[in-house]
Write a protein that binds this ligand. Structure first.
Ligand SMILES: [Zn+2]
Length: 69
């Protein structure tokens, strides 16, 4: 656990990621409207994750044309 940094590491290459967007979406699973945080590493891997579920694994963001840097 990194106590001094909140930047997550890329699940694919391990580089640190920076947030690029917050997306509000309806989650099919429980019908709630929840924000997804979109993060990208310096090798341009793009991931997102429900902001209220930080313990869940990253999912590949399927919209690089919208959220990628
Ligand atoms: Zn990466």
């Amino acid at each position: 656990m990194e106590a001094t940094s909140t930047a997550p590491g890329c699940p694919s290459c391990g580089r640190s990621m920076t947030g690029t967007a917050m997306v509000l979406a309806r989650r099919e699973e429980d019908g709630r409207r929840v924000c997804r945080g979109v993060w990208q590493c310096s090798d341009r891997h793009l991931w997102w994750r429900w902001s209220d579920r930080p313990d869940e694994p990253w999912e590949v963001c399927p919209h690089p044309e919208r959220f990628g840097a």
